[in-house]
Design a protein. Structure first.
Ligand SMILES: Nc1nc2c(c(=O)[nH]1)N[C@H]1C(S)=C(S)[C@@H](COP(=O)(O)OP(=O)(O)OC[C@H]3O[C@@H](n4cnc5c(N)ncnc54)[C@H](O)[C@@H]3O)O[C@H]1N2
Ligand code: MOO
Length: 420
Protein backbone atom coordinates (compact mmCIF):
# COMPACT_ATOMS: atom_id res chain seq x y z
CA UNK A 1 0.00 0.00 0.00
CA UNK A 2 1.35 3.45 -0.90
CA UNK A 3 1.17 5.50 2.29
CA UNK A 4 3.13 8.49 1.01
CA UNK A 5 1.47 11.75 0.00
CA UNK A 6 3.84 11.97 -3.00
CA UNK A 7 5.75 9.42 -4.99
CA UNK A 8 8.79 11.56 -5.66
CA UNK A 9 10.64 14.52 -4.13
CA UNK A 10 10.00 16.77 -7.13
CA UNK A 11 6.23 16.50 -6.76
CA UNK A 12 6.42 17.09 -3.01
CA UNK A 13 8.53 20.23 -3.51
CA UNK A 14 6.19 21.51 -6.22
CA UNK A 15 3.17 21.06 -3.93
CA UNK A 16 4.86 22.90 -1.09
CA UNK A 17 6.01 25.68 -3.41
CA UNK A 18 2.64 26.08 -5.12
CA UNK A 19 1.04 28.61 -2.72
CA UNK A 20 4.25 30.61 -2.20
CA UNK A 21 4.61 34.09 -3.62
CA UNK A 22 7.77 36.20 -3.76
CA UNK A 23 8.51 38.50 -0.83
CA UNK A 24 7.82 42.25 -1.03
CA UNK A 25 9.78 44.60 -3.20
CA UNK A 26 12.17 47.36 -2.24
CA UNK A 27 12.42 50.38 -4.54
CA UNK A 28 15.59 52.34 -5.32
CA UNK A 29 17.87 49.71 -3.86
CA UNK A 30 21.45 50.82 -4.39
CA UNK A 31 23.25 47.75 -3.10
CA UNK A 32 22.30 45.41 -5.89
CA UNK A 33 24.84 42.64 -5.81
CA UNK A 34 23.17 39.32 -4.98
CA UNK A 35 19.68 40.79 -5.05
CA UNK A 36 16.77 39.51 -7.14
CA UNK A 37 15.35 42.03 -9.62
CA UNK A 38 11.64 42.72 -9.10
CA UNK A 39 11.27 44.69 -12.32
CA UNK A 40 12.94 44.77 -15.74
CA UNK A 41 16.06 46.76 -16.57
CA UNK A 42 15.42 48.80 -19.72
CA UNK A 43 18.20 49.97 -22.01
CA UNK A 44 18.37 53.79 -22.03
CA UNK A 45 20.47 53.83 -25.22
CA UNK A 46 21.45 51.63 -28.10
CA UNK A 47 24.22 49.19 -27.33
CA UNK A 48 26.63 49.79 -28.96
CA UNK A 49 25.59 53.43 -29.21
CA UNK A 50 27.35 53.72 -32.62
CA UNK A 51 29.07 51.47 -35.13
CA UNK A 52 32.43 50.74 -33.48
CA UNK A 53 35.50 48.80 -34.42
CA UNK A 54 36.17 45.37 -32.90
CA UNK A 55 39.84 45.51 -33.91
CA UNK A 56 42.81 47.81 -34.15
CA UNK A 57 43.21 48.37 -37.85
CA UNK A 58 42.06 50.46 -40.78
CA UNK A 59 38.52 51.41 -41.71
CA UNK A 60 37.91 51.41 -45.42
CA UNK A 61 35.13 51.76 -47.91
CA UNK A 62 35.13 49.78 -51.09
CA UNK A 63 34.52 52.65 -53.45
CA UNK A 64 32.77 50.84 -56.18
CA UNK A 65 31.00 47.50 -56.00
CA UNK A 66 34.34 45.77 -56.04
CA UNK A 67 35.40 42.80 -53.94
CA UNK A 68 38.14 43.03 -51.36
CA UNK A 69 39.97 40.44 -53.45
CA UNK A 70 40.62 43.30 -55.83
CA UNK A 71 42.61 45.27 -53.28
CA UNK A 72 46.00 46.10 -54.72
CA UNK A 73 48.78 45.04 -52.47
CA UNK A 74 51.32 47.38 -53.99
CA UNK A 75 49.32 50.61 -53.62
CA UNK A 76 50.58 53.09 -51.00
CA UNK A 77 47.38 54.31 -49.37
CA UNK A 78 47.46 57.45 -47.25
CA UNK A 79 46.09 57.33 -43.69
CA UNK A 80 43.83 60.35 -43.69
CA UNK A 81 42.60 60.32 -40.08
CA UNK A 82 42.39 58.43 -36.82
CA UNK A 83 39.36 57.18 -34.94
CA UNK A 84 40.26 56.99 -31.29
CA UNK A 85 37.84 55.58 -28.65
CA UNK A 86 36.30 58.44 -26.72
CA UNK A 87 36.31 60.83 -29.69
CA UNK A 88 33.86 61.31 -32.53
CA UNK A 89 34.72 59.65 -35.81
CA UNK A 90 36.79 61.71 -38.29
CA UNK A 91 35.52 62.34 -41.77
CA UNK A 92 36.38 59.68 -44.26
CA UNK A 93 38.20 60.70 -47.39
CA UNK A 94 37.61 58.15 -50.05
CA UNK A 95 41.15 58.14 -51.41
CA UNK A 96 42.58 56.82 -48.13
CA UNK A 97 41.93 54.83 -44.97
CA UNK A 98 41.22 55.74 -41.36
CA UNK A 99 43.44 54.29 -38.66
CA UNK A 100 41.01 53.00 -36.05
CA UNK A 101 41.45 51.52 -32.61
CA UNK A 102 39.27 48.90 -30.90
CA UNK A 103 36.16 50.67 -29.67
CA UNK A 104 36.66 53.67 -31.96
CA UNK A 105 33.67 54.94 -33.96
CA UNK A 106 33.55 53.72 -37.53
CA UNK A 107 33.37 56.77 -39.83
CA UNK A 108 30.25 57.09 -41.93
CA UNK A 109 30.76 55.46 -45.32
CA UNK A 110 33.18 52.80 -44.13
CA UNK A 111 32.01 49.25 -44.60
CA UNK A 112 34.68 47.21 -42.83
CA UNK A 113 37.76 47.33 -40.63
CA UNK A 114 40.85 45.46 -41.71
CA UNK A 115 43.08 44.49 -38.84
CA UNK A 116 46.44 46.07 -38.51
CA UNK A 117 48.36 42.82 -38.95
CA UNK A 118 46.99 42.52 -42.49
CA UNK A 119 48.84 45.68 -43.47
CA UNK A 120 52.38 46.92 -43.94
CA UNK A 121 52.58 50.28 -42.23
CA UNK A 122 54.93 53.02 -43.29
CA UNK A 123 55.60 55.31 -40.34
CA UNK A 124 54.39 58.85 -40.41
CA UNK A 125 56.50 61.09 -42.55
CA UNK A 126 55.95 64.78 -43.07
CA UNK A 127 53.42 64.13 -45.81
CA UNK A 128 50.98 62.60 -45.37
CA UNK A 129 51.25 63.24 -41.61
CA UNK A 130 49.74 59.90 -40.52
CA UNK A 131 51.78 57.70 -42.82
CA UNK A 132 50.69 55.21 -45.41
CA UNK A 133 49.80 51.53 -45.55
CA UNK A 134 49.90 48.72 -48.02
CA UNK A 135 47.63 45.70 -47.87
CA UNK A 136 48.95 42.22 -47.17
CA UNK A 137 47.35 39.34 -49.05
CA UNK A 138 45.08 38.44 -46.08
CA UNK A 139 43.28 41.78 -46.45
CA UNK A 140 41.75 40.47 -49.64
CA UNK A 141 39.77 37.91 -47.70
CA UNK A 142 37.73 40.45 -45.70
CA UNK A 143 34.02 40.96 -46.27
CA UNK A 144 31.57 43.82 -45.72
CA UNK A 145 30.85 44.50 -42.02
CA UNK A 146 33.94 42.61 -40.90
CA UNK A 147 35.18 43.79 -37.48
CA UNK A 148 32.37 46.30 -37.08
CA UNK A 149 30.07 46.05 -34.07
CA UNK A 150 26.90 47.54 -35.45
CA UNK A 151 24.94 50.18 -33.60
CA UNK A 152 22.25 48.53 -31.39
CA UNK A 153 23.35 45.05 -32.42
CA UNK A 154 23.24 43.96 -28.75
CA UNK A 155 20.09 45.83 -27.79
CA UNK A 156 18.15 48.91 -28.86
CA UNK A 157 17.13 51.80 -26.59
CA UNK A 158 13.87 51.01 -24.81
CA UNK A 159 14.28 47.25 -24.96
CA UNK A 160 14.51 44.99 -21.93
CA UNK A 161 18.09 44.20 -20.93
CA UNK A 162 17.31 42.12 -17.83
CA UNK A 163 14.04 40.65 -16.69
CA UNK A 164 12.64 40.51 -13.20
CA UNK A 165 13.55 37.36 -11.31
CA UNK A 166 17.20 37.61 -12.35
CA UNK A 167 19.84 37.52 -9.60
CA UNK A 168 22.30 40.39 -9.86
CA UNK A 169 25.78 38.89 -10.07
CA UNK A 170 28.86 40.28 -11.84
CA UNK A 171 27.57 40.33 -15.44
CA UNK A 172 24.17 41.72 -14.44
CA UNK A 173 25.81 44.47 -12.36
CA UNK A 174 27.70 45.47 -15.50
CA UNK A 175 24.54 45.49 -17.62
CA UNK A 176 22.71 47.67 -15.09
CA UNK A 177 25.61 50.10 -14.91
CA UNK A 178 25.94 50.34 -18.67
CA UNK A 179 22.38 51.62 -18.91
CA UNK A 180 23.02 54.39 -16.41
CA UNK A 181 21.26 52.87 -13.42
CA UNK A 182 22.65 52.93 -9.93
CA UNK A 183 19.50 51.64 -8.23
CA UNK A 184 16.76 49.16 -9.09
CA UNK A 185 13.61 47.59 -7.72
CA UNK A 186 14.46 44.31 -6.04
CA UNK A 187 12.85 41.82 -3.69
CA UNK A 188 13.73 42.33 -0.05
CA UNK A 189 15.94 39.69 1.56
CA UNK A 190 14.24 36.44 2.52
CA UNK A 191 13.94 35.93 6.27
CA UNK A 192 14.77 32.42 7.38
CA UNK A 193 14.46 30.93 10.87
CA UNK A 194 16.38 27.75 11.64
CA UNK A 195 15.27 25.86 14.73
CA UNK A 196 17.26 22.88 15.93
CA UNK A 197 15.57 20.67 18.50
CA UNK A 198 16.74 18.01 20.91
CA UNK A 199 17.81 17.68 24.55
CA UNK A 200 20.96 15.83 23.52
CA UNK A 201 22.36 18.89 21.80
CA UNK A 202 24.99 21.06 23.32
CA UNK A 203 26.35 24.30 21.99
CA UNK A 204 28.47 23.81 18.90
CA UNK A 205 30.98 26.11 20.59
CA UNK A 206 31.44 23.61 23.39
CA UNK A 207 35.11 23.07 22.68
CA UNK A 208 36.17 20.89 25.63
CA UNK A 209 35.51 17.19 25.10
CA UNK A 210 36.20 16.49 28.83
CA UNK A 211 33.19 18.50 29.95
CA UNK A 212 30.93 17.06 27.22
CA UNK A 213 29.37 13.78 28.45
CA UNK A 214 28.86 11.04 25.84
CA UNK A 215 25.07 11.42 25.93
CA UNK A 216 25.45 14.95 24.65
CA UNK A 217 26.44 15.94 21.10
CA UNK A 218 27.40 19.22 19.53
CA UNK A 219 24.74 20.89 17.45
CA UNK A 220 26.32 20.38 14.05
CA UNK A 221 23.10 20.90 12.08
CA UNK A 222 23.03 24.56 13.08
CA UNK A 223 26.25 25.60 11.32
CA UNK A 224 25.53 23.24 8.41
CA UNK A 225 22.19 24.87 7.66
CA UNK A 226 23.48 28.35 8.39
CA UNK A 227 26.27 27.78 5.86
CA UNK A 228 23.85 26.45 3.23
CA UNK A 229 21.83 29.66 3.57
CA UNK A 230 25.00 31.63 2.90
CA UNK A 231 25.02 30.14 -0.62
CA UNK A 232 22.03 32.41 -1.28
CA UNK A 233 23.01 36.08 -1.28
CA UNK A 234 19.33 37.10 -1.19
CA UNK A 235 18.76 35.48 2.19
CA UNK A 236 19.19 37.63 5.29
CA UNK A 237 21.47 36.23 7.97
CA UNK A 238 19.22 33.47 9.36
CA UNK A 239 17.81 33.57 12.86
CA UNK A 240 19.29 30.60 14.71
CA UNK A 241 17.34 29.05 17.58
CA UNK A 242 17.76 25.93 19.61
CA UNK A 243 14.81 24.52 21.51
CA UNK A 244 14.82 21.55 23.91
CA UNK A 245 12.35 18.67 23.52
CA UNK A 246 9.55 20.47 25.30
CA UNK A 247 6.31 20.79 23.30
CA UNK A 248 5.10 24.06 24.83
CA UNK A 249 8.44 25.71 24.41
CA UNK A 250 8.74 24.41 20.85
CA UNK A 251 5.23 25.50 19.88
CA UNK A 252 5.86 29.04 21.06
CA UNK A 253 9.22 29.13 19.30
CA UNK A 254 7.70 27.97 15.99
CA UNK A 255 4.80 30.43 16.25
CA UNK A 256 7.10 33.36 17.03
CA UNK A 257 9.46 32.33 14.25
CA UNK A 258 6.78 31.96 11.60
CA UNK A 259 5.36 35.40 12.46
CA UNK A 260 8.69 37.10 11.89
CA UNK A 261 10.11 35.06 9.01
CA UNK A 262 9.20 33.86 5.53
CA UNK A 263 10.16 30.23 6.13
CA UNK A 264 10.92 28.12 9.19
CA UNK A 265 13.28 25.17 8.93
CA UNK A 266 13.46 22.72 11.83
CA UNK A 267 15.74 19.78 12.40
CA UNK A 268 14.97 16.78 14.60
CA UNK A 269 11.79 15.60 16.23
CA UNK A 270 9.91 14.64 13.05
CA UNK A 271 9.94 10.90 13.45
CA UNK A 272 7.92 8.54 15.65
CA UNK A 273 9.65 8.85 19.02
CA UNK A 274 7.81 9.97 22.15
CA UNK A 275 9.84 13.17 22.03
CA UNK A 276 9.26 13.94 18.36
CA UNK A 277 6.90 16.89 18.66
CA UNK A 278 7.30 18.68 15.32
CA UNK A 279 4.39 17.05 13.42
CA UNK A 280 1.90 17.62 16.25
CA UNK A 281 3.04 21.19 16.83
CA UNK A 282 2.85 22.05 13.15
CA UNK A 283 -0.76 20.87 13.14
CA UNK A 284 -1.53 22.61 16.46
CA UNK A 285 -0.50 26.04 15.18
CA UNK A 286 -2.87 25.60 12.23
CA UNK A 287 -0.35 24.83 9.51
CA UNK A 288 -1.51 22.46 6.80
CA UNK A 289 0.68 19.39 6.49
CA UNK A 290 1.41 18.81 2.81
CA UNK A 291 3.50 15.71 3.44
CA UNK A 292 4.97 13.83 6.34
CA UNK A 293 7.25 11.01 5.22
CA UNK A 294 8.37 10.55 1.64
CA UNK A 295 9.75 7.51 -0.16
CA UNK A 296 13.24 8.86 0.28
CA UNK A 297 16.52 7.87 1.88
CA UNK A 298 17.92 9.49 3.84
CA UNK A 299 15.24 11.74 5.19
CA UNK A 300 12.17 9.57 4.98
CA UNK A 301 10.37 11.25 7.93
CA UNK A 302 10.65 14.74 6.37
CA UNK A 303 7.70 17.04 6.92
CA UNK A 304 6.46 19.88 4.75
CA UNK A 305 3.66 22.20 5.85
CA UNK A 306 2.17 25.54 4.87
CA UNK A 307 1.24 28.17 7.43
CA UNK A 308 -1.21 30.79 6.20
CA UNK A 309 -0.18 34.04 7.87
CA UNK A 310 -3.42 35.94 8.52
CA UNK A 311 -1.61 39.25 9.18
CA UNK A 312 0.21 39.32 5.87
CA UNK A 313 -2.07 36.98 3.89
CA UNK A 314 0.97 35.04 2.78
CA UNK A 315 1.73 31.35 2.71
CA UNK A 316 4.83 30.41 4.68
CA UNK A 317 6.48 27.01 4.46
CA UNK A 318 7.60 24.97 7.43
CA UNK A 319 10.16 22.31 6.61
CA UNK A 320 10.76 19.69 9.28
CA UNK A 321 14.04 17.99 8.46
CA UNK A 322 15.04 14.79 10.23
CA UNK A 323 17.69 15.35 12.88
CA UNK A 324 20.24 12.95 11.45
CA UNK A 325 22.95 15.21 10.02
CA UNK A 326 23.11 13.62 6.55
CA UNK A 327 19.31 13.71 6.23
CA UNK A 328 19.17 17.31 7.45
CA UNK A 329 21.90 18.48 5.07
CA UNK A 330 20.57 16.77 1.95
CA UNK A 331 16.99 17.64 2.85
CA UNK A 332 17.87 21.31 3.23
CA UNK A 333 19.49 21.42 -0.21
CA UNK A 334 16.80 19.41 -1.94
CA UNK A 335 13.70 20.87 -0.25
CA UNK A 336 14.42 24.13 1.59
CA UNK A 337 16.66 25.91 -0.93
CA UNK A 338 14.21 25.76 -3.89
CA UNK A 339 11.43 27.09 -1.65
CA UNK A 340 13.69 29.93 -0.52
CA UNK A 341 14.53 30.68 -4.15
CA UNK A 342 10.84 30.90 -4.99
CA UNK A 343 10.18 33.18 -2.01
CA UNK A 344 13.12 35.32 -3.09
CA UNK A 345 11.50 35.89 -6.50
CA UNK A 346 14.14 33.93 -8.45
CA UNK A 347 12.72 33.19 -11.89
CA UNK A 348 14.24 29.72 -12.27
CA UNK A 349 13.70 28.62 -8.68
CA UNK A 350 13.21 24.97 -9.57
CA UNK A 351 16.53 23.21 -9.17
CA UNK A 352 18.12 22.46 -12.52
CA UNK A 353 20.97 20.29 -11.36
CA UNK A 354 23.86 19.28 -13.55
CA UNK A 355 24.19 15.60 -14.16
CA UNK A 356 27.05 13.25 -13.46
CA UNK A 357 27.96 9.72 -14.43
CA UNK A 358 29.08 7.41 -11.66
CA UNK A 359 32.49 5.80 -12.04
CA UNK A 360 31.15 2.62 -10.43
CA UNK A 361 27.82 1.52 -9.05
CA UNK A 362 27.52 -0.66 -5.98
CA UNK A 363 25.51 -3.90 -5.86
CA UNK A 364 22.79 -2.40 -3.67
CA UNK A 365 19.36 -1.44 -5.01
CA UNK A 366 16.85 0.59 -3.02
CA UNK A 367 13.07 0.74 -3.45
CA UNK A 368 13.15 4.42 -2.48
CA UNK A 369 14.48 7.64 -3.99
CA UNK A 370 18.07 7.51 -2.94
CA UNK A 371 20.21 10.57 -2.23
CA UNK A 372 23.81 9.40 -2.30
CA UNK A 373 26.88 11.42 -1.39
CA UNK A 374 29.41 11.70 -4.20
CA UNK A 375 32.77 13.26 -4.85
CA UNK A 376 33.61 14.66 -8.28
CA UNK A 377 36.22 12.51 -10.00
CA UNK A 378 36.46 14.35 -13.32
CA UNK A 379 34.39 16.54 -15.61
CA UNK A 380 30.83 15.21 -15.40
CA UNK A 381 32.01 12.18 -13.41
CA UNK A 382 31.61 11.29 -9.75
CA UNK A 383 32.38 8.50 -7.35
CA UNK A 384 30.17 7.38 -4.49
CA UNK A 385 31.27 8.36 -1.01
CA UNK A 386 30.39 5.36 1.07
CA UNK A 387 29.20 6.25 4.55
CA UNK A 388 27.66 4.50 7.51
CA UNK A 389 24.20 5.96 7.09
CA UNK A 390 22.36 9.15 7.89
CA UNK A 391 24.31 9.77 11.09
CA UNK A 392 27.66 9.70 9.32
CA UNK A 393 28.37 13.38 8.91
CA UNK A 394 32.09 12.64 8.72
CA UNK A 395 31.72 10.83 5.40
CA UNK A 396 29.68 13.75 4.08
CA UNK A 397 32.68 15.97 4.75
CA UNK A 398 34.49 14.07 1.97
CA UNK A 399 31.73 14.73 -0.58
CA UNK A 400 31.02 17.51 -3.07
CA UNK A 401 27.26 16.95 -3.03
CA UNK A 402 24.84 14.15 -3.75
CA UNK A 403 23.03 12.46 -6.59
CA UNK A 404 19.41 11.39 -6.54
CA UNK A 405 18.44 7.99 -7.94
CA UNK A 406 14.84 6.88 -8.43
CA UNK A 407 13.66 3.62 -6.85
CA UNK A 408 15.24 0.38 -8.08
CA UNK A 409 17.88 2.11 -10.22
CA UNK A 410 21.18 0.34 -10.80
CA UNK A 411 23.02 2.01 -13.64
CA UNK A 412 25.82 4.58 -13.76
CA UNK A 413 23.66 7.52 -14.85
CA UNK A 414 23.53 10.27 -15.79
CA UNK A 415 22.14 11.33 -12.38
CA UNK A 416 21.13 14.79 -11.19
CA UNK A 417 23.88 16.18 -9.00
CA UNK A 418 23.18 18.63 -6.20
CA UNK A 419 26.35 20.35 -5.02
CA UNK A 420 26.90 21.84 -1.57
N1 LIG B 1 10.31 3.84 14.84
C1 LIG B 1 10.89 4.60 13.94
N2 LIG B 1 11.99 5.27 14.30
C2 LIG B 1 12.62 6.05 13.39
C3 LIG B 1 12.14 6.13 12.10
C4 LIG B 1 10.96 5.42 11.76
O1 LIG B 1 10.46 5.47 10.63
N3 LIG B 1 10.37 4.70 12.72
N4 LIG B 1 12.81 6.87 11.20
C5 LIG B 1 14.23 6.99 11.43
C6 LIG B 1 14.77 7.94 10.50
S1 LIG B 1 14.88 7.39 8.93
C7 LIG B 1 15.24 9.15 10.87
S2 LIG B 1 15.99 10.13 9.70
C8 LIG B 1 15.18 9.62 12.21
C9 LIG B 1 14.64 11.03 12.25
O2 LIG B 1 14.43 11.35 13.51
P1 LIG B 1 14.05 12.77 14.04
O3 LIG B 1 13.86 13.74 12.98
O4 LIG B 1 12.95 12.60 14.95
O5 LIG B 1 15.38 13.24 14.69
P2 LIG B 1 15.88 13.02 16.15
O6 LIG B 1 15.39 11.74 16.66
O7 LIG B 1 15.63 14.23 16.88
O8 LIG B 1 17.41 12.88 15.82
C10 LIG B 1 17.92 11.89 15.00
C11 LIG B 1 19.44 11.82 15.19
O9 LIG B 1 20.04 13.01 14.78
C12 LIG B 1 20.78 13.60 15.83
N5 LIG B 1 20.59 15.06 15.75
C13 LIG B 1 19.42 15.70 15.94
N6 LIG B 1 19.61 17.02 15.81
C14 LIG B 1 20.91 17.22 15.60
C15 LIG B 1 21.71 18.38 15.41
N7 LIG B 1 21.16 19.60 15.45
N8 LIG B 1 23.01 18.24 15.19
C16 LIG B 1 23.57 16.99 15.15
N9 LIG B 1 22.86 15.86 15.31
C17 LIG B 1 21.56 15.96 15.54
C18 LIG B 1 20.17 13.06 17.07
O10 LIG B 1 21.02 13.12 18.16
C19 LIG B 1 19.82 11.64 16.64
O11 LIG B 1 20.96 10.83 16.71
O12 LIG B 1 14.32 8.82 12.98
C20 LIG B 1 14.54 7.42 12.85
N10 LIG B 1 13.74 6.73 13.76
O1 MOO C 1 15.79 8.41 6.52
MO1 MOO C 1 16.73 8.62 7.96
O2 MOO C 1 17.19 10.12 7.30
O3 MOO C 1 17.88 7.67 7.02
O4 MOO C 1 17.95 8.11 9.06
Amino acid sequence: MNHYAFDCPGDAIAALAEPLTPVDVEHDCGNLLGRVLAGPIIADRDNPAADVSAMDGYAIAMRRPVESSELHCNDEIPVTGESIPGSPAPDFADFGVIRIFTGGMVPAGCDRVIQREYTIETPAAKSPPLGTIRWRAEAKLTRPADNIRGRAENIGAGEQALSSGVVVRGPQAGVIASFGLTTATVHRLVRVAIITTGDELDDVNHTSNESLPPWKIRNSNAPTLQSLMATRPYVASPTMLHVPDDPEHLQKAVLDAIAAHDIVILTGGVSMGDHDYVPAITAAIGAKTIFHKLPLRPGKPILGAIYQDADTSTAKPIVGLPGNPVSATMGAVRFALPLIDKLAGVMHWQATPQSVMLDEIGPKILHLHWMRAVRMSGPGRAELVVGKGSGDLVSLGASDGFIEMPPNANHPGPWPFFSW
